[in-house]
Design a protein around this ligand. Structure first.
Ligand code: IPE
Ligand code: IPE
Ligand code: MG
Length: 262
């Protein structure tokens, strides 16, 4: 996707010692970057703060990561914000997160217009508390006409629930006679996932050092490259993002085939 060279250079001024814009090939930016944002609680604990303070600090990181994605010219930027399993957390933490999602999204709508970003959600947002659901629906509606980057927020998302949902959709169409069994193929499944129409992630980043997927995008990341950093989400900066892209550019994706002759 298109990126603004002047804005990008300015954005990446004063680099740290180990990484700079010169380390990445701007002609080879991943189309879809996805982040499993983890470590807010540990970040807060290390500072003697309440977990909620970690989530609030995490919002600033997310804002920066959205801007970084736009500056780098990523087509789709998605983040895992709340899983179907996160309902198991203490009620006050769940309430705080839901409220934080709503207030942040409302506050950041001008950023989406300024950067021409279109919003999208992965997950069952119908089941969210009313305040959050309404703001999400408003965000969807208002940014639908934006033509730049797609920013997808996975909330009340679980890959297994997503696959169950797709299976039910397919089964009901087959039962109704509107879909034949022969047409149930990979595309039929992909097009009934929350990610329908989007390219699969090229690069999945997980912060805070955990080497697991926690029920995130199981189908879509079959061939994604995985990058784990020990940086906790509230500390994740534009430089960490660049480090991940640099690492990704050094990988050789084979998709089950053999290395192309160079
Ligand atoms: C990630 O941080 C944010 C959400 C899952 C909402 P955590 O809250 O999982 O932080 P840790 O893993 O306990 O440090
Ligand atoms: C993964 O983080 C989910 C999100 C980032 C929303 P968790 O903190 O919930 O995952 P586990 O419990 O470490 O697997
Ligand atoms: Mg966690």
């Amino acid at each position: 996707m298109h990126f603004d060279e002047d804005k990008l250079k300015q954005y990446y001024e004063n680099p740290p010692e180990d990484i700079s814009l010169d380390d990445v090939d701007m002609a080879r930016i991943p189309r879809h970057v996805s982040i499993i944002m983890d470590g807010n609680g540990r970040w807060a604990k290390a500072r003697g703060l309440d977990r909620s303070e970690g989530h609030v600090a995490g919002v600033s990181s997310l804002r920066e990561a959205v801007t970084t994605s736009v500056r780098l010219g990523v087509d789709v930027f998605s983040v895992y914000a709340f899983s179907t399993e996160n309902w198991k957390r203490p009620q006050h933490e769940v309430d705080l997160l839901m409220h934080l999602f709503a207030t942040t999204l409302l506050k950041e709508l001008p950023l989406f217009f300024q950067e021409n970003v279109r919003l999208r959600f992965f997950g069952d947002i119908e089941a969210l508390p009313e305040e959050t659901r309404k703001v999400f629906e408003e965000g969807l509606e208002k940014t639908a006409g934006n033509t730049g980057m797609t920013f997808a927020l996975a909330v009340n998302y679980g890959a297994r629930a997503e696959l169950v949902r797709a299976s039910r959709l397919i089964a009901s169409e087959v039962a109704a006679g509107t879909l034949s069994l022969d047409d149930v193929d990979e595309d039929a499944i992909s097009s009934r996932l929350y990610t329908a129409g989007l390219p699969d992630p090229d690069l999945v980043i997980r912060t805070s050092g955990e080497m697991r997927l926690s029920n995130y995008l199981l189908w879509q990341i079959a061939y994604s490259e995985f990058y784990v950093t020990s940086v906790l989400w509230p500390d994740f900066s534009r430089w960490d993002y660049l480090r991940a892209v640099k690492s990704w550019q050094g990988r050789h994706r084979r998709y089950g085939g053999v290395e192309a002759a160079s």
